[in-house]
Design a binder for this molecule. Sequence first.
Ligand SMILES: Nc1ncnc2c1ncn2[C@@H]1O[C@H](COP(=O)(O)OP(=O)(O)OP(=O)(O)O)[C@@H](O)[C@H]1O
Length: 291
Amino acid sequence: MLRLDNVTKVYKVGTFGGKAVTAVDGVSFDVRPGEVVSLIGESGSGKSTIGRMILGLTSVTGGSITVDGVPVKPGKEYYRGVQGVFQDPFSCYNPVFKADRVFRMIKETYYPSVPEPAWAERVRAAVQDVRLNPGEVLGKYPHQLSGGQLQRLLIARALLLDLKLLVADEITSMLDASTRIDVLNLLADLKTRGLGVLYVTHDLSLGNYLAERTVVLRRGQVVERGLTGKVFGDPLHPYTRQLVAAVPRLHAPWEDAVPADTCLYHEKGASGGLLEAERDHFVACACGEIA
Ligand SMILES: Nc1ncnc2c1ncn2[C@@H]1O[C@H](COP(=O)(O)OP(=O)(O)OP(=O)(O)O)[C@@H](O)[C@H]1O
């Protein structure tokens, strides 16, 4: 469904755009219907840039991004099937309007001919689907709702469309632990409706909890990707090993990652792209990481 092929993003920065920052460099992966793929990497690795390109919020410099074979095309039809939810739910609402105005905008744009009572029923159902009580949340201003409630209303809003793909960018980072799990479980529910979810996070344990497949990004490049159990159960790239070793564990001391002394990619004589080390488990060259 979502497919990125050799995608690159170069930002022009500095006076008159004289300098170039390569934020994303030759990235390829896909998201299938009914699965969550997590995009993991340190700050500045290019995760949000990838999300923004998929949502048509910034242009692609090279390569291609398609949804069901169709290139990203910002506009009404595209956003009917592809939506984003972001880290700070408050920034998505206008504080002077009641929070459920986000639903009104969907109706005006996509469903102007649906009669009001039928629309109100659809909104109520979508709000219940995200485990909120319509009577408690509809009709309130954003400041009268919690971050978790606002985040869920944004997901409900997305559910009112014929959604194929949801880009969820750090959506749980401002939530407390119990609300975070609620929202994560909600994303997991979306899978059962056949939606694809790209879950952007720097938190490996949340990605591990939720995602069928994982893409590990470093400095704009994919260093490892594949089935989540394989990527985190048997990390092949030194950077992924560092990430796994850095996950805090209760009642256990921090562990150092085992330093890599060989590059699997070159050991296996791979060239170009990623090495398929085993089925559904790919790794990049790690020569630059070997001491
Ligand atoms: N609009 C922009 N103009 C210039 N450079 C940008 C722009 N947006 C991002 N960058 C640069 O691109 C790189 C990737 O940024 P991006 O926000 O995609 O990373 P990220 O992995 O999402 O980071 P974080 O986890 O901190 O949000 C960084 O070096 C960043 O400074």
